[in-house]
Design a protein around this ligand. Structure first.
Ligand code: 13P
Length: 260
């Protein structure tokens, strides 16, 4: 039986909404429904970085953390278009999504993912490291895929640092398809991730790391995934663009945290 960690629900807005006005409306709609609630879960949003300044002005007493969708491997210099971990931190952003399958599909390498984790740790920030297979075959090859992703991402990352990381298991075939992974398969992968981390570090370290699930999470499947999936929260894509659905997923997670 895995130890319970504090649940984290993150909304990955990707390259949405199309305008700042719509982003502000979405943010305010999320904010107002949770404003006066004491949540037992952590909650964060990864909007397009350009919107963060304006959105943080609208932030109410229930502080929603902002997460970056990416970070540069570099510290500074001639790297047009890139944003460093230190720059993010100077804007209060202490966490970035790294290794999202959409970035991997666009050519992001294991080496670059590892460098990004080191870049974040160098300024005491953390990553939500995304791992996940592109397809599920009958031979269980997806375990090997996830193991390789974990081993290469955590190369030369110290035990004390890795404890602060978050892993998001996002099977590529479940992202944006409306077909979520089965809770029992999520549980199996969660246990496998724990085994790989125990092998790489030790049991206590493995138990300290939160593992989220992402891939077609909705209010309809969130409870089941939490209950059977043995995960510590969600990385939500599409449903985080609808305030009502995202808040519902947060509420379901909060309810679960209360019972657990
Ligand atoms: P969906 O929730 O739209 O499947 O996206 C998941 C995801 O990619 C979050 O990072």
């Amino acid at each position: 039986m895995l130890k319970r960690r504090r649940i984290l629900v993150v909304g990955n807005w990707k390259m949405n909404p199309a305008t700042l006005a719509r982003a502000e409306k979405l943010f305010v709609d999320v904010e107002k429904t949770i404003k006066n609630k004491t949540l037992r879960v952590d909650m964060a949003i990864a909007p397009p970085l350009l919107y963060v300044g304006a959105l943080s002005e609208l932030s109410g007493p229930q502080k929603i953390e902002f997460v970056a969708q990416d970070v540069s491997t570099h510290e500074s210099g001639a790297h047009t278009g890139e944003i460093s971990a230190a720059m993010l931190r100077s804007h209060g952003i202490k966490c970035a999504i790294v290794g999202h399958s959409e970035m991997r599909a666009a050519g992001e390498s294991d080496e670059s993912i590892n460098k990004k984790l080191h870049a974040l740790l160098a300024v005491k920030s953390v990553a939500i490291l995304c791992v996940g297979e592109s397809e599920r075959d009958g031979n269980g090859n997806y375990f090997g895929v996830v193991e390789d992703q974990l081993r290469s991402a955590f190369l030369d990352i110290k035990m004390d640092d890795v404890k602060r990381m978050v892993i998001a298991y996002e099977p590529v075939w479940a992202i944006g398809t409306g077909v979520n992974a089965r809770p029992e398969d999520v549980e199996e992968m969660r246990l496998f991730i724990n085994k790989v981390l125990t092998d790489l570090y030790d049991r206590a370290t493995a138990e300290a790391i939160r593992v989220l699930y992402g891939g077609s999470v909705t209010p309809d499947n969130a409870a089941e995934l939490l209950k059977q999936g043995a995960i510590d929260g969600f990385l939500v894509g599409g449903a985080s663009l609808e305030a009502k659905k995202f808040v519902e997923i947060v509420k379901i997670s909060d309810q679960y945290a209360k019972l657990a």
